[in-house]
Design a protein around this ligand. Structure first.
Ligand SMILES: Cc1cc2nc3c(=O)[nH]c(=O)nc-3n(C[C@H](O)[C@H](O)[C@H](O)COP(=O)(O)OP(=O)(O)OC[C@H]3O[C@@H](n4cnc5c(N)ncnc54)[C@H](O)[C@@H]3O)c2cc1C
Length: 434
């Protein structure tokens, strides 16, 4: 078991080095909280003028909830205050009920295809902006500078110099790129000539929007509105789950782009409902009702990163989407960012001096890369499965059900403490284990 650092430890055991965190989304903030707990001085540089998250829901599996507790129990407590789960009937432990969203190879519209359970947790969900507020509350304001877009990281003798878009610079012992799917630090680590430095369009896009729960219940009934449901169909799927303590239904409607390419320089923009409804015109009654209620839908082009040969170079390391941006089809990208934050902050907490940081980054890379890249790969597969494009599954309900039943266990059941033991072993066995 890993000994949590107590509050007095934090004040008295400051490390003789400092970390520059580049980007303040879930990955960057969670890392900041972990570093605080381990007495590692840091400064976070965020390109925007304030912390911000999209007005949408996010779901977390049991692994992500454990990562929150391990980063700092206050993360889990803050999350729990805002979290929602399936609320109707006996669905508390259900991850998703999968139903046919149209008449298709796996059944008539409305037919149950499969149910996937997720231990005690079910589908634990939250409004992204509310979760971000809880994270922000744990990070001291003096450790953050806004309006600082990192454009380059220069490696100097024993330290790094960040260059910002506004012409300014800052120095630190090392830099961690938490700058998302358009990461600049990924270019620093891999080099811009490496194809893996560039995100790839995955051939699918998502419409996202929210619906007031009373309206959803009026049209769909309690069971379909208040629980997590995935509607499957030809070349698309629609998922809904409750957030904001059941006051709101979150909707994500995914569709395959017919030509498989993306040319618009925008990846996220508002769309009118008619466009969305045209994509789903052949779908059943329930999906049509859901789309008719979606408020202010946005379209998100779904990009992911090709497998990187490494997540670190010298004194620069990548975490979160900057390292392994994934499609959302297994609902685990942000959860992986939380796992990253636990492991990297613990490793840096075990480092005694600046010269050991590169070894900590290497240990992080070695332990985290296989798991997170497996997520990217299997997540794409899941999209093809839900959209009935996977060979042999599109008209075989039994095979689809079997695949769904075995798809999530490795994500949810990971031993995060085991990862830390392995990584500390690589670092030279300096563990604070009891
Ligand atoms: C439709 C959809 C649904 C999803 N649903 C789920 C889900 O249910 N469960 C789940 O676990 N995951 C989900 N994900 C994935 C999840 O959203 C991401 O994995 C997660 O938000 C990544 O967080 P991040 O902090 O790494 O990156 P980001 O959230 O992209 O944050 C990056 C931050 O860095 C800043 N920044 C960018 N460039 C720079 C720079 N050069 N210098 C300084 N700052 C910079 C940005 O302003 C931003 O604040 C979903 C994704 C999508 C698209």
């Amino acid at each position: 078991m890993i000994a949590p650092a107590s509050a007095p430890d934090r004040a008295t055991r400051q490390k003789p080095f400092t970390i520059a965190i580049c980007g303040g989304g879930i990955a960057g903030l969670a890392l900041a909280i972990g570093l605080l707990r381990h007495g590692v001085p840091f400064h976070l540089y965020e390109s925007a003028h304030a912390f911000a998250e999209v007005g949408a829901g996010v779901g977390f599996g049991p692994n992500a909830l454990r990562a929150m507790s391990l980063i700092d129990p206050r993360v889990r407590e803050g999350y729990s205050k805002r979290a929602t789960g399936n609320a109707h009937g006996d669905k508390r432990r259900v991850y998703f009920d999968f139903l046919a969203g149209m008449d298709c190879g796996v059944g008539k519209a409305g037919k149950k295809v499969a149910t996937v359970w997720a231990g005690d947790v079910g589908n634990s969900t939250v409004h992204r902006a509310q979760f971000l507020d809880e994270l922000v509350a744990l990070v001291p304001g003096e450790n953050v500078t806004f309006g600082k877009r990192v454009v380059e990281v220069e490696e100097l003798e024993g330290r790094v110099r960040l260059h910002f878009a506004d012409g300014g610079t800052a120095e630190a012992s090392a830099a961690v790129g938490c700058d998302g799917v358009k990461s600049k630090l990924r270019h620093v680590v891999l080099g811009s000539d490496d194809g893996a430095a560039h995100p790839t369009f995955t051939g699918k896009y998502a419409y996202r929007g929210l619906i007031p729960m009373e309206k959803a219940v009026d049209l769909l009934g309690d069971e379909l509105a208040r629980n997590s449901i995935m509607w499957l169909g030809n070349h698309g799927h629609v998922l809904t789950f409750p957030i904001e303590q059941g006051a709101t239904m979150n909707v994500v409607a995914i569709h395959t782009k017919r030509d498989g390419t993306w040319h618009d320089e925008r990846w996220v923009f508002p769309v009118d409902r008619a466009q969305m409804q045209a994509d789903f015109y052949a779908w059943g009654d329930s999906v049509s009702k859901i789309l008719s209620l979606m408020q202010h839908p946005d379209l998100w082009a779904l990009f992911d990163y090709p497998p990187a040969p490494t997540y670190c170079r010298g004194r620069t390391c990548l975490t979160g989407d900057a390292a392994h941006a994934s499609t959302p089809h297994q609902g685990a990208g942000a959860g992986m960012a939380l796992e990253d934050a636990f492991l990297l902050s613990s490793l840096l907490g075990a480092v005694r001096e600046s010269s050991e940081i590169e070894s900590a980054f290497c240990a992080f890379d070695k332990v985290r890369r296989p798991r997170t890249q497996r997520l990217v790969r299997t997540s794409r597969e899941a999209g093809e499965l839900y959209d009935l494009e996977a060979v042999g599954v599109r008209d075989d309900r039994g095979r689809l059900e079997a695949d769904l039943g075995s798809r999530f266990g490795w994500i949810w059941e990971e031993s995060l403490e085991g990862e830390l033991v392995e990584a500390l072993g690589l670092l030279g066995g300096r563990a604070r284990l009891v």
